[in-house]
Design a protein around this ligand. Structure first.
Ligand code: SF4
Ligand code: SF4
Length: 102
């Protein structure tokens, strides 16, 4: 299993989940964060810290957001993980600058 990030994260992306994930398996993308299903250890640490309740155990994703499960899987399918990580770190750096400026 894995945890899945759904619609409420879009354009919120505050990064609280990234800060608590013990295995760094949450990747920042332009519009939303994605959890790598191969790296997630199902610890549930991310779920309660999300301010907009966007994170769900895979088998508990609400019906209206079910499409986010394949979306999360697809983001990593055949992808260059090092490149996704580099992109995630650079987007996170920009976000942290913006958060610090507010
Ligand atoms: S469940 Fe744990 S390992 Fe998986 S994304 Fe959340 S914090 Fe990371
Ligand atoms: S804590 Fe929630 S809103 Fe914030 S980045 Fe993670 S999934 Fe998105």
């Amino acid at each position: 299993m894995t945890y899945i990030i759904a619609e409420p994260c879009v354009n919120v992306k505050d990064g609280a989940c990234i800060d608590v994930c013990p295995v760094d398996c949450i990747y920042e993308a332009e519009d939303i964060m994605y959890i790598n299903p191969d790296e997630c250890i199902d610890c549930a640490a991310c779920e309660p810290v999300c301010p907009v309740t966007a994170i769900f155990a895979e088998d508990q994703v609400p019906a209206q957001w079910k499409s986010f499960t394949p979306k999360n899987y697809d983001y990593f399918k055949g992808a260059d993980l090092a490149a996704l990580k580099a992109k995630s770190l650079s987007l996170a750096a920009v976000r942290k600058q913006q958060q610090a400026a507010h």
